[in-house]
Design a protein around this ligand. Structure first.
Ligand SMILES: NC(=O)c1ccc[n+]([C@@H]2O[C@H](COP(=O)([O-])OP(=O)(O)OC[C@H]3O[C@@H](n4cnc5c(N)ncnc54)[C@H](OP(=O)(O)O)[C@@H]3O)[C@@H](O)[C@H]2O)c1
Length: 279
């Protein structure tokens, strides 16, 4: 069972704990330790990807924690280089072998391919679900136009779009398009890769609640109905990042945080990124 205080986001049949641990870079013993600490603290949602090469650490941490597999929501993703159906299917099997489990909870297309037609990769994603290799399927880094294409091609419900969201970016258009489909928005880089701590407005709001700027950023996302997947190696940060269900930001505080969206600072923008939506 998820830690009692963590809310659940329901999306097209999936029940996703609103806080998950992002496990990018959580490699080796230090990574395994951080993932295990998160499970000890009550995290019941882990986010990995083939390209992170942290699936083995997720498996080791889960085994060491004593937490039942059925009680943890595990997401993995397959990137654009493996967008062709045969490559995709092979990668799914590799992911499951590394995770030491027959099925993940959620399998995502990590980035839309610029060369392989979406319907081919969506077909491979649906096939993985039909074969029982994942409970749910979803997308990551899909624009509004690409969401339409994906929905036109899919035979199974898509439960999320995992995208960059934090107070310093305006994703309103993409969030609205995602939610219109009943999908969850899973916010990656939810504390803007460390740019949130120390930010004046967030610090000030945090002080009135006895919370840190990072906690304010996470609470802002949760209060907007999103799922957030912060990453940390530090036990105190891991603890803080899940202690966000015992306070509420006021409408005025939410409005002040929304004003920061105009900063339009994108932390992740690799060459394979699509042409992003603008407002
Ligand atoms: N789908 C995609 O394309 C995509 C892209 C990027 C990321 N992601 C996913 O999203 C996850 C999170 O994104 P991210 O790791 O890039 O960025 P992030 O979670 O926004 O920021 C991580 C950084 O913030 C620090 N931090 C964490 N908690 C803190 C706290 N309470 N106070 C102060 N500093 C804190 C961490 O350092 P310490 O270790 O020192 O705490 C780390 O340097 C990734 O791990 C990955 O799973 C997905």
């Amino acid at each position: 069972m998820p830690s009692p205080q963590v809310t659940i986001v329901e999306a097209n049949g999936a029940r996703i704990p609103a806080i998950g641990l992002g496990t990018m870079t959580l490699k080796g013993d230090e990574g395994t330790r951080a993932i295990k600490t998160s499970l000890d603290l009550g995290y019941r949602h882990l986010d990995t990807a083939a390209v992170y090469e942290t699936e083995r650490e997720n498996a080791a941490a889960l085994a060491a924690s004593g937490v039942k597999r059925a009680d943890v929501f595990i997401t993995t993703k397959i990137r654009q280089d493996d967008a062709m159906p045969d490559d995709f299917a092979r990668k799914v099997d590799e992911c499951l072998a590394n995770l030491k489990m027959p099925q993940v909870d959620l399998l995502l297309i990590h980035w839309p391919s610029k060369t392989v037609p979406i319907k081919l990769t969506i077909g491979a994603l649906c096939k993985a679900k039909k074969e029982g290799k994942t409970k749910h399927i979803g997308l990551s880094n899909f624009t509004t136009a690409l969401l339409d294409e994906a929905w036109a091609a899919t035979t199974e419900p898509l439960v999320c779009n995992q995208i960059e969201v934090h107070p310093f970016i305006n994703q309103d258009k993409l969030i609205a398009a995602t939610e219109k489909r009943g999908m969850a928005v899973v916010a990656y880089c939810p504390i803007a890769r460390g740019k949130v701590p120390g930010a004046e407005v967030l610090d000030k709001i945090g002080k009135t609640h006895g919370k840190t700027a990072a906690q304010v950023s996470l609470r802002y996302l949760i209060q907007r109905g999103m799922v957030a997947i912060p990453r940390s190696t530090k036990p105190d940060h891991l603890k803080a990042n899940i202690e966000i269900f015992d306070f509420k930001l006021s409408d005025a505080e939410m409005a002040d945080l929304r004003k920061l969206n105009a900063t339009n600072m994108r932390v992740v923008n690799p060459p394979h990124a699509p042409v992003w939506d603008t407002l």
